[in-house]
Design a protein around this ligand. Structure first.
Ligand code: F6P
Length: 364
């Protein structure tokens, strides 16, 4: 294989805090350490299909590491393998991957860094199988990418959710209310579990542990008997009652993963009020979890990943994802990372720790 001279980078899927810090580290390390040229595709894979890109030089990335969002834009609805377009007012989907490949060739790109979550990684793997030299960087507030302890954005989302819980505590206390807060996370309960632990929730409900309404009601009533006048419940959007299915907020047909979850918070709030008579309010934290500046943990993780991704390209570790396991940075095969979702282990240490503090998961 000939020498690496020029690389591409894109941010795909839902954004998360820390994407700019990855772009900053990729560009700086590529230029300063290896003298590479860097181009960034706009709006995820859309830019690859439409040949919409910008040169990334030291000037263009100066000062962006602390900023939220992504200077390249992102999209979770433009897979080149199922590319949406409109014909006579009718939405159609076509395979535009050949166009994307030809654009990569025209730009003389020797490798591409794909920054994304589960959906983006699936697309990255398909391009890797078609011969594109790809290195992936895991990012998602959901933290559900397997074979890495953490993905970029997760810790900042946890910071935001924890702060929101702190604020709910004080108003819940004043009014002797039950406060239900619904957080994101798709089919994984990481944000709910971490934020619930950090923010002193009394009940944490996650997709990995189906709940029963009766157990939640019992917990609230027992706390009332013990003189506890308010309750904080954090629920992950993908949580379902035992035997039930997660609630769907919306279908986005242009997306690789069209299901948008949500609604469980409001359902719980209404049921709790109906079954206990306790005054209840619901907060749906939503996209606040994805916005804003990355916290220090994500800035550092993103920087480590960005540098590691460029190093991995130079070492020709193609078809891999940079990851962090314990204190080590390692490369894992993208195909192994996407073989499963990383979900909370119901009998794992974090859940046991929470249970030791009398936090209920609504299952007993
Ligand atoms: O995967 C990240 C995520 O924020 C999920 O937690 C959430 O379910 C989804 O994306 C929301 O997607 P959208 O931005 O399309 O509403």
């Amino acid at each position: 294989m000939s020498a690496i001279r020029k690389i591409g980078v894109l941010t795909g899927g839902g954004d998360s805090p820390g994407l700019n810090a990855v772009l900053h580290a990729v560009t700086k390390s590529a230029i300063n350490n290896y003298g590479l040229q860097v181009v960034g595709f706009m709006d995820g894979f859309k830019g690859m299909v439409e040949n919409d890109y910008r040169e990334l030089d030291l000037e263009s990335i100066a000062g962006i590491a602390t900023l939220g969002g992504t200077i390249l834009g992102s999209s979770n609805r433009d897979s080149p393998f199922r590319y949406p377009s409109e014909l006579n007012g009718v939405r159609t989907f076509t395979d535009r991957s050949a166009q994307a490949l030809s654009n990569l060739e025209k730009l003389h790109l020797d490798a591409v860094i794909i920054i994304g979550g589960d959906g983006t990684m699936h697309i990255a793997q398909r391009f890797a199988e078609m011969g594109v030299n790809i290195v992936a960087v895991p990012k998602t507030i959901d933290n559900d990418v397997a074979l890495t302890d953490y993905s970029v954005g997760f810790h900042t989302a946890v910071d935001t959710a924890s702060e929101a819980l702190d604020r709910l505590h004080t108003t819940a206390q004043s009014h002797h209310r039950v406060m239900v807060m619904e957080v994101m996370g798709r089919y994984a309960g990481w944000i709910a579990l971490y934020a619930g632990l950090a923010g002193g929730a009394h009940v944490i409900l996650i997709p990995e542990i189906p709940f029963e309404m009766g157990h939640i009601v019992k917990t609230l009533q027992e706390r009332r008997v013990r003189g506890r006048k308010y309750n904080i419940i954090v629920v992950a959007e993908g949580t379902a009652p035992a035997g039930g299915e997660p609630m769907v907020r919306q279908m986005v047909l242009e997306s690789e993963d069209p299901v948008r979850l949500g609604g469980i918070g409001n359902y719980l709030g209404a049921e709790i009020e109906r079954q206990t008579g306790m005054e209840t309010r619901v907060t749906v934290l939503g996209h606040l979890q994805r916005g804003g500046s990355p916290g220090p943990f994500d800035r550092i993780l993103a920087t480590r990943f960005g540098v590691a991704a460029v190093d991995s390209i130079m070492k020709q570790r193609f078809g891999t994802m940079v990851s962090v396991q314990g204190r080590k940075k390692v490369n894992v095969a993208i195909k192994d990372a996407i073989a499963q979702l990383k979900r909370v282990v119901p009998g794992g240490e974090l859940v046991k720790t929470a249970r030791a503090l009398d936090i209920s998961f609504g299952d007993r």
